[in-house]
Structure formats: C-alpha cells, structure tokens
Design a protein around this ligand. Sequence first.
Ligand code: ARG
Ligand code: ZN
Length: 880
Amino acid sequence: MSQSMIEQPNVIYLKDYEVPAFLVEQTELRFELEEDQALVRSQVRYARNPESSNRQHPLLLDGHESLELQRLSIDGEVLSEKDYRRVGEQLSIPNLPDHFTLECITRIEPQNNTALEGLYKSDGMFCTQCEAEGFRRITFYQDRPDVMALFETIVVADKQRYPVLLSNGNMVDAGDEDDGRHWVKWQDPFPKPAYLFALVAGDLECIDDRFTTASGRHVSLKIFAETKDLDKLDYAMTSLKQSMKWDEEVYGREYDLDIFMIVAVDFFNMGAMENKGLNIFNTSCVLAHPETTVDAGFQRVEAVVAHEYFHNWSGNRVTCRDWFQLSLKEGFTVFRDSQFSADMNSPTVKRIEDVALLRTAQFAEDAGPMAHPVRPASFIEISNFYTLTIYEKGCEVVRMLHTLLGAETFRKGSDLYFDRHDGQAVTTDDFVQAMADVSGRDLSRFKLWYSQSGTPQVSVTGEYDAEHQRYTLHMRQSCPATADMATKQPFLIPVAVGLLDAQGDDIPLTGGQTTEVLECVAAEQSFVFDNITVEPTPSLLRDFSAPVKLRFPYSREQLVFLMQHDSDGFNRWDAAQQLAVGIMSELVVDYQQGRTLVLDSALIEAYRQILNDASLDKAMVAKVLTLPSEAYLSELAEVIDVDAIHQVHRFVKDAIATALAPLFLQVYQANTSAEEYSPDATSVARRSLKNLALSYLMTTEQPEYLALALQQFKQADNMTDSQAALTLIAHSGFEAEAAEVLASFYQRWQSESLVVNQWLAVQASDPKPDALARVEALQQHEAYDASNPNKIRSLVSVFCAQNMQNFHNSDGSGYRFLADQIIVLNKQNPQIASRLLTPLTRWKKYSAEQGALMKAELQRINNSGDLSRDVFEVLSKSLA
Ligand code: ARG
Ligand code: ZN
C-alpha cells in the first residue's frame, strides 16, 4: 500500500465548525532572516474563549512538517515534550490557565521553500503568502480566520542585502546593529487573522504618492519593485488612487491606515494578496508599460490593484469566519472590482468578458469532478477552492442581489453589513441577512445559490395571444446533478426581460420601464405581459442577469434582428454568439459525418452589417465579430470532439475572412493610427478592432496580409500591436517568417521576464502539430525556470489548457507530458500541481478512447506515491 493511501488526508466539513478554544489578544513576532534559515520568535497572549463550550479544551496550534520547533514556553516556563502532544501537524497543549503568554521559537528555511506558501524567497528577496494556511509554515499558531489579533512585527536582516524591511501597519521604530544588520518594527492597529500577515525584506525601490481621504486623512502610497522595474509602476499607482476614490464614492469606504504599500514579486502562486496595508503582487498583475504590456495586461493591473485594495473592507475589516465562507470576501470583492472596471472602461465590454469567462470555465467546473457550491460544504485542501465558482460565480450571486434589490437598497445593505460586522469574522449568511434586513425581503430561497452547486438551465417559450394583446413567457428551470450533489431545489432566478417591437424598439413594460426583472422561483412558471399590440421578440436575461443556461427557440432571423436592435448591449453580443454557436454546432455534425462544410450566409451577412455600422462602439464590434471560442463550444458539447470543433472553427473563420476581406482590410487601415500609445478605453477599442481585422485577414494565408502583419510587427511602438502581429505570424503556415519573428522578438525582449512569458505562451498555443516538441525544447531554454509559477503557467498551462488539438493529440502524448509535469510539481509546489491537473480531470467529457487515455495518466499520477493534499483531493474526486 502506498503511503498516500495509509495517510488519507482528512475531509473537513462546514457542519463541524466550532469556535476556537482560545482567543488571541496580541501577537508579537520577531524574524531573524539569514541566508540559510530564518528564526521566528512568536509571543502570543492567549485568553480562553468564553464562547467555547469546553473549558478544559487544550490549545490546538496549527503547524507544518517544515517547522523545526526550538523552544516553547508558557509565561516564561519552558515546556518539555511531555507537556504537549503532536497530533499530525498540530500541536496540542493541555492544562492551560485562562490567560497566558506562549512563546515559541521555530527555525525555517525560506530559501528551500518551493511551495511558495509561508515565508519564502523570490529572486533574492524574502516575502510571504499566508492565505489560506501559509502562516502555519512560519510558526505554531491557531491558523484560522476567526482568530484575530493585533500584530507587532520586528524584522532583522542584513542591511546591505535587505535595505527594505516591511510588514503590516505602521513603521514605529528602526535601528542598526553592530554586525551590519538592521531591524524595523511594524505595528498593525487593526486586529487581523494570520492569513493577512505579510513580511517583505529585499533590495527594493519604490515610487511614492499620496492620497487624501474624504475625511482628510493623508495616506502615503508606496509601490515597491526591483530597480529594473521601477519604470513600470505608474499605471498601478494611478489605478490605486482611482480605486481609493471610487470606494469612497460608491461604497462610502475610506482607507484606514497612514500607509498603503504594494510589493511586486516574481515568484507567486496566484495573482495578488490583500495583506493588511502591505499587498503583495505577482509582477504580472502590477507591472505595466506600453512597450512591454498589452492592453489586456493594463486592464488586469487596474482590476487586480482595485480588487486587492477593495479587500481592505470586504475581507480585512470584515473577514471570513472559516474557509467555507471564502466567497464572502472573494465573490463580493470580484463584484466590486467588476463595477469599478465597468466604470473606468466600457461596462458592456467588461460584462461580455466576464460572462465569456464564466460560461466557458465556471460552467465547465460545475460539469466536472470538482463541482462545488459557492459556499462549499466540505474540502480536503482549501487551496483547491480558489476557484471560478468561489470567485466568478460568487460575484454573480452578489450581482443578483444587486439586481433584485436595486443599487440604492444594495448600498444600504452593504453599509449595514460593514457597520454591523466591522472587526468580525462572519459568514455568507450574515451578508445576505444584511441585504434581507434593509430590503425587508425574505431571501431564504435566494440562499440556495450559496448551498447548491451546478448551472441551472432555464427553458423559455413565448406565446402571443393577439386577441387579448397578451404575451406570455413560460419558464421551466432545472439544475443537472453535479459530482457533489444529485438533486436541487428551484433557485430564485432573476430574469431581466425586454420585449422588442417589429422595428426593434423596446415596448414599454410595467411602469414604463423597458427592462423588467422577472423572478423565476418555481420549476415551472409563466409571466404575462398585457397591452402588447404586436407579437414581440423577447430579449431575455439582459446583461446576463443570472448565471444560468437560458434557452429560447429563436430563429436565425430573430437572432440577427436582436444583434441589430437590442437596446441591451450584452444581448446584442449574445445574439451574435448564439447565431454562431447554432451554425457551428451543425457544422460539427457535418464534419463528423464527412459532409462538405458550407457556411450559412446569414452569419456572413450579419457580420457584414456590423462592420458597416459606424454607430457602433469599436470594442463592441470587435466583441460581436469574435467567434465563440473552441473552449466555449467544448463546454456546450455533450461529448467534446476536439478535432471537429477545431476544424469547424477554422473553416468558419476562413469563410468569413474570405467573404469579407475587403471590409476587414478597410477596418484595419482605418484603425491604424500614429497616435501615441494610451491604454484608455477608446484606444484599446481601436486596437482590438484593428487586430481582430488582421486576424481574419491572416486566416486566409494570403501573402499580402502577411506583409501587413510583418509591417505591424516591425513598426509597432507598443506591445499590444507587436504581440498581436507576433502571434498571428507565429501561428500561421508561413514557417520561415514565423521562426524569424519569434527569434527577433526574443532577441529584443530577453531581459524582460514578463515579455518572455508571452513569448513562451505564443509558442505553447501554436496550433501547428509540432507544438509539444517545441514546448519540451523550451523547457530547456535559458528563458525557462521550472520553479517559477509564471513560467510554468506560460508554457505548460497554456499548452495543456489552451492548445486543445495538440494537448488532446490522439496518441496521448499531451496527457503523458502533463502527468510527468505534475508528478514533479506535486512535491515542489502542490498548489501549482493541483491547478495544472484541471484539463485531465475532465476526461469524462471526451470520447471513450480519449477519456481512457486521460484516466490512465491520472492513475499513473495516483500511483506515483506521496501525494500532496492538493493533488490527492483533485485526483480522488476525478477518479471517483
Ligand atoms: N485573496 C487573494 C485574492 O485576492 C488570493 C490569494 C490566494 N492564494 C492562495 N495561495 N490560495 O484573491
Ligand atoms: Zn480576492
């Protein structure tokens, strides 16, 4: 029996939640940082929790196998080994008084911490990642979010190597020691759970700014990076100031410390972390410069800076009681940052992008073995639950509350929530209760969105009664069984509806409004509209008012009509998607049955109309003319036929390009401007349309368009245009030119790590058949670093998750490659290993032969022994 089977990781259940036996009044930390170790002394003042039922309860401290315990004392008395017990990775100390101070000294080795959880080294600097359970890799502690304490932190390190020493809160003291070392003392005046603790020590520089809050408090803003990246911080600073202002205006939330710091680090498992007063960011989410960053990168920086800043209230001031409540802070904060991005840019485009992600990736999660509700009922490893369901679906659930209550009442609800729970660790029930209290509504059915997993399906039909001038919408809702839950009760689904007359204008509905929010709460329900004088075309689920799959039997003519007339921008886009999905799904069947493919001209004509419509926002045009992705078509398919989807996608794109080439060329030329680069919404829109036009033109593989792309590649003064051209040329059949641009791009950008990542990703996503060999060769390239998550993501994840036809090569080589990577990463960095596994876990959605190959690789990983909790959980659920 393998070890992993003997020590089966425990399942943790929400229903087993108990309050902590002890509360912490104060946590004092002292870090002695050295090259081969760090010594951590913690002095923690404990008090027995009056709310704990058992007055004899021992103190249970979380730890980790990597901790070397050097000393443990209570009120100055050293404990010997018989005074406590080790229970797994925990420490259990019995027979304690009601009040005492525990001192603990641990020795850790940050330089060998490849998991990047707890205290580790990134490119020579010390940094931390404590969410969710990294603090237990630093010292023995009640590492749970409902234990909140005041922190005081002293960091001691060599002054030359680590001139900058940071932690949470305000710097209160500093000094030099005789031996070339120095120290800084930080104090955080707000109680916080350990997951919000942070420390940074390094040779960093910063840009400085300041912000004056609505009530007149002066806040010093600092963004730190390595010297070479100092020129890439301005955009993050602007975004930060905009976020601070926006949160005051829209949510009435002010910043609460005298200083706010962001630090950019190159080795990071996720995007960024909202540690109190000291956010730590993956370089990919904070550095931005026109020469090195694409438009989407700028928008990501803006969104992530806002997200982490907004956590200061939705997450830090009010935090989670336990990790089952993760979406309490994440869903709400994603909702807040999505509102912010919508305000800063185009709301419709932002909505389209968010929904596209939800519908491809989150819906696929619901359909896979890791399906879970927004508030999960159990987990083995919480790191596996930083998912699209917790974040993106969690955001949709908050958005539905906003839709149901209206902006004003929602704001009252958020005010009440922040007020009522400031300084507390609470649950999603508490959040909904605040919304219920301000609205006077019973939201108990609504709460099923938190406890039931799966993507509800809503089938709608319309019935027009000319005699009574009455239009009725019949709705049926159901939710398919998910891996974790067989049956579900009906949800409260807000369906925003408009009715279009024959001219395409909105028919006034109740109270003269043009959009009405229907509340579908039963398995079957009908909604009647009176005084409807002509049979309308319904526009359903406007602005995607609920995270569901809604079906209405539209004809292609109706979809074209909606594309042209719907006053809801989101639904105009969605009509185009539905039109293309319908056509492409039929072509997939044609392809499978060996029929000649013929494209319905309706799609071409609809696209032609859009291209000719000068009144449309350019970003919208680019979105509407983007075909449904292969990933989305895969999610919609019963059984995924990767090859058929890929071939049909190519065919349709090529047919459109061939038919509309002169128009695309016109659009391309009309949007090529010599203006100086700016990441504002209008310029981004112009570039996105221009590069979309170029991508259609390049599909035709005509040399004249290659010439255009080459010219763009050579002349571009910004990374957006340069990378767009690079990708198109590199992925084309013009092999000599492909090799040439890839080489020159690397030559030009080899010293810019984030640009090199893009260069890796372009090659990893190349649809040409030799991609795997290329990826394997690139793993040996000087530019690759197998310990850096950003490099792994750019090469391995992009290949396995985005290069569908190569990853799913019928010889199984893609699967074997991924399994080999995971076996290595399982030991090195379990979080990344487990995330990387995702594509293989979906094996049931493929043909029997393909699925068997995928499953065999999962089993091979399973048999490789010594599985991390992270990988164990995903594997066991995938193989169940
Ligand atoms: N709370 C962070 C955020 O802003 C995510 C950090 C998660 N990190 C992790 N290793 N699980 O969304
Ligand atoms: Zn977050």
